[in-house]
Design a protein around this ligand. Structure first.
Ligand code: TXA
Ligand code: MG
Length: 314
């Protein structure tokens, strides 16, 4: 596949309509993220089945950590191909979708979602948005879209196209301008496990009509802090320039290893491959994992943050 162009971009702001959505869909198909309004805040959307496209969301936001992202779909039927719904989850979706409710559910590994979307977790956050622009884009692309809020890391969530432009101008090719968003607050997130509903992030929906526990211990208050965040079960050695006895070496650039994050030293490719390579190393017959040095710049900052967490004693 031909690589999409690299930033900086001359960021276009186009009014929401057929032409803008068609262009947005084309850009997403080439593997670039595009800003689009939802009923909550503007999202920065990329093809959730394409790891490199999702890595470019992180690149554009300059986010120093990999945090699992919300996947957007048109329907419950589509969501059921990606996540496992029990009766409680299905009835929440029936009641509140399309709308600002995100469900955290067990991931279906065969659903085709790139591992970087869930940051390697066995669960996935999923919602069906109500905004016509995001729905038209989903229909035009025909794939689930990962979309965090369309702001640079550390900046407040955008409720207007001008907010997105101020924060991500030059870093993304296109902003679809659908005016001010309705809620101006990110979706409510609940985790549904074994019929129990737990509030992870308060948001526009607060009355569920059923009991909800607000045990937020699983909530990711600070990105990447989730206790159950994916970490390999084997010892992990960082900055490895050679392979020691009993190690599976994950290479980068000139360090070949047993597998590689990116032979050409490309950080977008490395970010997209990270969780797959870690899972592979964990499943190998070797007792330990080593990872070659990754430059601490651009997406490398988030990659190294994740690797340090994975290497930390627990
Ligand atoms: O309103 C919204 O939800 C907006 C619009 C664009 O749809 N999107 C949004 O996405 O706020 P984002 O990526 O900024 O928020 C994702 C949050 C993470 O910070 C994390 O707390 C939670 O969703 N999350 C995602 N996957 C999770 C998982 N598997 N387990 C627990 N929490 C998860
Ligand atoms: Mg956000």
């Amino acid at each position: 596949m031909v690589s999409p162009p690299n930033p900086p971009f001359a960021t276009e702001i186009r009014p929401y309509g057929k032409a803008a959505i068609a262009d947005a869909a084309r850009l997403i198909e080439t593997g670039l993220p595009v800003a689009v309004p939802t009923e909550t805040v503007y999202g920065l959307a990329a093809d959730a089945t394409n790891g490199e496209a999702v890595a470019r969301i992180y690149e554009a936001k300059g986010r120093p950590t990999f945090n699992p992202l919300i996947v957007h779909v048109l329907s419950l039927e589509e969501a059921e191909r990606i996540a496992q719904f029990d009766d409680a989850a299905r009835s929440l979706a029936d009641r509140f979708w399309p709308g600002p409710l995100t469900l955290v559910l067990p991931l279906r590994p065969e659903g085709g979602i790139a591992a970087i979307v869930t940051a390697g977790l066995p669960t996935i956050a999923i919602r069906s948005p109500a905004h016509p622009a995001m729905r038209d884009l989903l229909a035009a692309v025909g794939k689930p879209l990962a979309a965090p809020s369309a702001n640079a890391s550390g900046r407040i969530s955008p409720t207007r196209a001008s907010h997105v432009a101020a924060s991500l101008g030059g870093r993304i090719p296109l902003i679809v301008d659908g005016g001010a968003t309705g809620h101006g607050l990110e979706s409510t997130i609940v985790a549904v496990t074994g019929g129990e509903i737990r509030l992870l992030r308060p948001g526009p929906i607060s009355n569920f009509g059923v009991p909800v526990s607000s045990n937020r211990s699983e909530a990711i208050e600070a990105p990447g802090q989730l206790a159950s965040h994916y970490a390999p079960l084997k010892p992990l050695r960082l900055d490895a320039v050679d392979e020691r006895d009993g190690e599976w070496l994950i290479g980068f650039g000139d360090i070949a290893g047993d597998s590689s994050l990116s032979r050409s030293g490309d950080l977008v490719e490395a970010a997209a491959a990270l969780f797959d390579r870690l899972h592979e190393a964990e499943a190998s017959a070797r007792a330990a994992i080593a990872v070659a040095p990754v430059p601490d710049e651009g997406l490398g900052i988030a990659i190294n943050d994740r690797l340090r967490r994975a290497a930390a004693p627990r």
